[in-house]
Design a binder for this molecule. Sequence first.
Ligand code: TEU
Length: 554
Amino acid sequence: AETKDWWETAQFYQIYPRSFKDSDGDGIGDLNGITSKLEYLKDLGVTAAWLSPIFASPMVDFGYDISDFFDIQPEYGTLDDFRALIKKAKELDLKIILDFVPNHSSDENEWFKKSVKREKGYEDYYVWHDGKVNAETGKREPPTNWLQYFRGTAWEWNEERQQYYLHQFAVQQPDLNYRNPLVVEQMKRVLRYWLNEGVAGFRCDALPPLFEVLPDADGQYPDETVTGATDDPDDRDYLTTTYIEDRPETIDMVYQWRTVLDDHKRIYGGDTSVLLIETYSAAWFTMQFYGNRTTEGAHLPFNFNLITVMDQKGLSAQTVQEAIDLWLKNMPAGRTPNWVLGNHDKRRAASRYGVDHIDGMNMLVMILPGASVTYQGEEIGMTDGEISWEDTVDPWGCNSNPDIYEMYTRDPERTPFQWTGGSNAGFTDGPTTWLPLAGDYETVNVETELAAEHSHLKIYKMLVALRKSSKTLQNGSTKYLALTEDIFVVRRSLANSPTIVGVINFGSETKTIDLREFDKNLSGNLQLLVRSLESTKSEGTTFSAQMLSVDPAE
Ligand code: TEU
């Protein structure tokens, strides 16, 4: 079989640094905390860890508002701490991927301060506009009706510069101006800087809003149209995003970043470093990030369909099939698929799918071809925290009100990682944590699950180990089918290797099925490889999810 590059079959693991492990007792996760837990990642068997932003930041959006792209957030440590982290990771053969946040900076970034003052070279670093004058009232208004993601107008008046600036996220996150070649070059410097520090690539944040439509000859931008999708005029969905999302120039920018990575490898050697792309765009747009016949793009645009399709339609074997089809049937030939269950922006997988289905979902993303991505805590079945309005800190939640904040806030999926059942879940030795712990930490934690005979964590580790050792899972062909409304079957096969079959029950009742309905050759000697937690409660033909192997000789 062909040999694949490391990322093509990788198990990625997302670390949310603020909530992973605190080493100094301030209740906030940090780099030394991560370094102290790299052995844990090694033990899990993951290939690469992606760290959400660790750069200098006022933390309005918890690191996605960067005030210095070339320095580490002091709460998290120093550049030396980062170098120690990289060194330890290399010793353990773990790859470290950083978050690259190209769309915006913090308003406390030097670039923005200089742009406010129109300092030479920085005049057009951001998207500035005079706004317009209302013909009736004579008053100044924002240039357009555009909305930010975090609710409300996307334009903020700057008194000092006497202009509006665009911010597709929080007021404190001004959008960088990608029509300015100086910005384009500056952000490539950011990539090169961290490549030189030994990182294995980047998860590229928020691609859809990177470019806006070009203004007309008079410098005016067009308004968006009311959608009818919501009645709430502050909600981003109130208007279309035709002029502010998914512009074709965005695709080309990713191709340029790919060149930065490839050039680095050509010059300095080493393993491939990768680009992972965050976009929730339609398939026709998302797939272009992979590249085209003549140009390479991102290695892996994230596949969020297992999240988004189920959020819309609920979890069933059919919706899972639909989500898988949506990627595999649209993906250009020769590219690598990937499967994501969750991240720091989405309710936790165990809460969304139901905690009984977390093993089945982990099994699904591990048996499917290509790379898969785990968000910290998915391996132990962590669920959402319950965060009151008073404790809410996420800007998306804070920009709403006590009645609706739960629809918007992303705090519940960001609670501290649960290492033990002891004080503050072993996340910190200090007295407090930056977000309250989720309620289930006394039973759902690494220590308890490692000690238990059966646990989500043990199943997760078995699955990762299987992926690593199985040629079939790495290179085999794939067949999958919703056998019934509840039962989903995936078969991977490869000449001269054992066939592997995953059977997942998305329902709540025990079912007996005949696998020959899926594949008439699947009779006789099926060897059990992994059986999920629910199934350990009963024996025989009952299960909630299991992975079987069929000897090629049979
Ligand atoms: O998120 C980008 C983004 O657009 C998401 O908020 C997305 O719209 C939403 O989850 C879809 O339901 C990235 C980061 O992941 C997020 O944490 C940051 O707040 C945001 O960019 C700004 O940098």
